[in-house]
Design a protein around this ligand. Structure first.
Ligand code: AMP
Length: 448
């Protein structure tokens, strides 16, 4: 079968039963054809079925649940029509953005209710009675208990997105309470990258004779993703990272680290060496995290260094390369991390740094995804090591900055300083703003 024949076999949004204003919205967002999960989930949801969708981020799952909800809203407009629960604030904002974009043609109003933002402003947004609420569970519960006049008694649709992650983050008890406060007569959709026993339990408690739609296998990575490993001695990881950043200059890159400290340290190190890098991790305030993400999305920063906090659900369509600075301990995290590239049919690459201590983990990942990673080409050791002196200097300077400013969870001086300063989020964010302002860079020029 030729590519165009295969393409023509995929139904259009209209053929799935999507109404013209929403088809138009898809077109204006550049969605030419439904993705696999959309083709499977949309008709079921339009037919009024509860849906459990097993799909990874990047599959187009947000539109898979948003389109049927917006279509039902068009038929039966009412405030507080649907609620989407998501595990993280960033994911909530992204879902809301997509619902607003898809719902623009039908005048759908959406509110995002997440922790770390002003309760009062959210109460005002809720009093305007939006059609759709996208929320993290804790803050939603908080409003249900404390915001006068707000309830979800008229809710028609509930979505639980990234249910496995919601439950990993111990949101289970809050979700149980939320379920008691919303009508039983409703449609429910539950999306999850993996089907765990906890997810199955939540499904039984919240969905009614659902239809299960699934793409790929439990652990799978998309075909358009080229996955590499790069083997190196542990002591030279930073040098290899800088080498990769040099080689891949001009590409948008996400670097994943295991710790907040490393995310912070590597962002400074890369900046000192002239790259535009930005840290993203859970110790930044919500405002700083969104700011970092938006700068990165807008192309103002070409390297984002982040912890797994940012690994799930972020919609960064243009990322070209994912670098696993630390190999993930769980294969599931590997899938989620590399899922930041090669999304919705585009191509992308990932490189996992592997040291003498990581070989077993690499083998476990390969077994889980059913694929051998290839060695990343063109990283001749002697050539890489030419960078080591300069990287060494930058490492020392970065360490000094971290100690002076008390950034990240470095321990030692950093932690002491934060404690003196009250150890509150505000202090950390001010420190991070200094990093983001790029004041550590010795010169604006890229050194080669
Ligand atoms: P999601 O899995 O919902 O996070 O979506 C991943 C990315 O795919 C987002 O940037 C969407 O805008 C994009 N997307 C969703 N559906 C389609 C489609 N049918 N065609 C092209 N891109 C899509």
């Amino acid at each position: 079968m030729t590519e165009s024949e295969a393409e023509s076999e995929v139904p259009t949004f209209a053929e799935l039963g999507v109404i013209p204003p929403l088809c138009e919205a898809c077109e204006s967002l550049g969605f030419k054809k439904p993705t696999d999960i959309q083709a499977k989930a949309i008709p079921e949801a339009l037919a009024g079925r509860d849906v459990i969708g097993l799909a990874q981020t990047g599959s187009g799952k947000t539109a898979a649940f948003s389109i049927p909800i917006l279509q039902a809203l068009w038929d039966n407009p009412q405030p507080l029509f649907a609620c989407v629960i998501a595990p993280t604030r960033e994911l909530s904002y992204q879902i809301a953005q997509q619902i607003e974009a898809l719902g623009a043609t039908i005048g759908a109003r959406c509110a995002t209710i997440v922790g770390g933002m002003d309760m009062m402003a959210q109460a005002i947004a809720l009093s305007k009675r939006p059609h759709v609420i996208v929320a993290t569970p804790g803050r939603l519960q908080d409003h249900l208990e404390n915001t006068k006049g707000f309830s979800l008694r008229s809710l028609k649709y509930l979505v639980m997105d990234e249910a496995d992650r919601l439950l990993d983050l111990d949101f289970g008890p809050i979700i149980d309470r939320l379920l008691q406060n919303i009508p039983k007569e409703r449609r429910t959709m539950l999306f999850s990258a993996t089907m765990t026993t906890k997810v199955a339990k939540l499904q039984r408690a919240s969905l009614r004779s659902p239809v299960r739609v699934e793409i790929g296998t439990k652990y799978s990575t998309v075909e358009t993703l080229q996955q590499y490993y790069l083997f190196m001695p542990f002591a030279h990881k930073d040098t290899y990272l800088v080498h990769l950043a040099n080689e891949q200059a001009g590409q948008s890159i996400i670097v994943f680290t295991r710790t907040v400290h490393d995310a912070q340290r590597l962002a400074i190190l890369l900046r000192l060496l002239g790259f535009s890098a930005i840290p993203l991790h859970g110790q930044l305030s919500q405002t700083a995290r969104l700011g970092a993400l938006n700068k990165f999305k807008a192309g103002g920063r070409s390297i984002m260094v982040c912890t797994d906090v940012a690994a799930r659900g972020l919609d960064i369509p243009s990322v070209d390369l994912v670098i696993n600075f630390d190999i993930p301990t769980h294969s599931k995290d590997y899938i989620h991390r590399v899922g930041r590239t090669a999304r919705a049919g585009r191509s992308g690459r990932s490189v996992t740094l592997v040291t003498q201590y990581d070989v077993e983990l690499l083998q476990r990942i390969e077994a889980a995804i059913g694929k051998r990673l290839e060695e990343f080409p063109g990283s001749d050791r002697e050539m890489v090591m030419l960078l080591s002196e300069r990287v060494g200097e930058a490492q020392r300077a970065a360490q000094r900055e971290i100690q002076d400013k008390g950034l990240g969870s470095a321990g030692g001086a950093g932690r002491r300083r934060r404690r003196q300063a009250g150890d509150d989020d505000d202090n950390r964010d001010r420190d991070d703003d200094v990093v983001q302002a790029g004041s550590y860079r010795k010169s604006g020029k890229r050194r080669k």
